[in-house]
Unconditional design. Structure first.
Length: 388
């Protein structure tokens, strides 16, 4: 068995230094060939772009649904993220149809108006917290607009959402499992109320009107809608915060976006600063990854962030190059479980960064950014900015 380098560097991913400086965080992983074993995660770990892509793309050999390995999975965890085909195909198809039915021109217009309104609110301020006063409320406004519902009135929503993210690091922080399970149940109850409320617009309205209960149970639809709410809120706000900080850390990058954020720049920001750092898959039959044997029942942890800095694929991987092409990153995953809400996160980031880059006064960091203590979904807690 190939042991982890440097003891087990997984331990270090929750340190403030690792969260602040991804280049240093992923350095111990970048030059690994094949899989290695992590005692901390009790799993094999894949770090190269080739190995990570192979595992994510092969749903026949590597499952997301742990029931295939004989594990008990709480009903609250049965979502489009966890299920495999044919259940996954059925619920994802319903969600995709609902997304396609949205008035995307209207969504884009409302996001642009929201961005301008929030920029105007801080224009005369000497300092402001970008996350609390811009990125987080913008992401929440956008996802509830897409869903066609009112924002959650419960002031605990940010806390509940954060508990779910914390529990994604359960191997590193076992104490987060219970709160995370309760938080998922609370949000599923909320989305269930929305589905029962006969909302006529947005994603919820479309799903309520076109729900095929013969193919997708109400519980799975409710849970999957909870995933859309949570991912739209957390992933989008974290991508926006990470991307802005990456630009501020790389002199001239924000200025380069003043004419607009094109697809090439946007994809590089996802590669370099995307929030999703890792995913896990279970091996359903004895197999190999790049010649390395993996047995049925074993877990493979895929380190997307390490793969996105694989210098066998990306030249100068620790530099932000907004004109990088080709750019075969896996920042949104790969295969059947690739991120369903990626277009929404990209829309939000494109619109907000384009507006920020076009401001007459440059933004500057006023203090060291503070990151949330999350290894799986990297994101900022506070980003204090002023005008240069």
């Amino acid at each position: 068995m190939i042991e982890a380098p440097l003891g087990d560097p997984i331990h270090h991913l929750l340190t403030p230094e690792a969260l602040r400086h991804p280049a240093a965080a992923w350095e111990p992983f970048r030059h690994r060939e094949g899989l290695w074993w992590s005692e901390v995660l009790d799993s094999w770990v894949a770090t190269s772009l080739a190995d990570c892509s192979a595992v994510l793309a092969d749903a026949d050999r590597f499952c997301s649904d742990w029931r295939k390995l004989g594990n008990d999975v709480p009903d609250s965890r049965l979502t489009v993220q966890i299920l495999d085909s044919p259940e996954h195909t059925a619920v994802r198809a319903q969600l995709v149809r609902a997304f396609r039915a949205l008035d995307w021109d209207g969504v884009r217009d409302r996001v642009a108006e929201n961005v301008e309104r929030r920029l105007a609110a801080v224009a005369d301020r000497a300092a402001f917290d970008f996350m609390a006063e811009f990125a987080v409320p913008l992401a929440l406004d956008t996802i509830v607009d897409v869903l066609g519902v009112h924002p959650p009135e419960d002031h605990r929503f940010p806390v509940v959402s954060a508990q779910i993210v914390d529990s994604m690091d359960y191997a590193l922080r076992p104490e987060t499992v219970g709160p995370g399970r309760a938080a998922r149940a609370a949000l599923a109850e909320l989305t269930g109320q929305w589905l029962d409320g006969r909302t006529s617009g947005g994603l919820v309205g479309h799903l309520a009107a076109h729900h095929d209960s013969g193919r997708v149970t109400t519980a799975v639809l409710r849970n999957s809608l909870r995933v859309v709410l949570h991912s739209g809120y957390e992933s989008a706000s974290r991508l926006l915060g990470n991307a802005l900080l990456a630009c501020l850390d790389s002199p001239g990058s924000l200025d380069a976006l003043s004419g607009g954020v094109d697809d090439t720049a946007l994809q590089e920001l996802v590669r370099y600063a995307g929030p999703v750092q890792a995913e896990a898959r279970g091996c359903v039959a004895d197999t190999e990854v790049n010649g390395h044997p993996v047995r049925r029942g074993q877990v493979v942890t895929v380190l997307l962030a390490a793969a996105n800095r694989d210098d066998r694929v990306f030249d100068d991987p620790h530099s932000l190059r907004l004109d990088r092409t080709p750019n075969p990153h896996i920042g949104f995953g790969r295969g059947p479980h690739a991120c369903l809400g990626a277009p929404l996160a990209l829309l939000l980031t494109r619109t907000a960064l384009g507006a920020l880059a076009g401001l007459p006064r440059p933004l500057r960091l006023l203090d060291q950014p503070r990151f949330r203590r999350n290894a799986t979904l990297r994101g900022l807690e506070r980003l204090d900015l002023g005008w240069g």
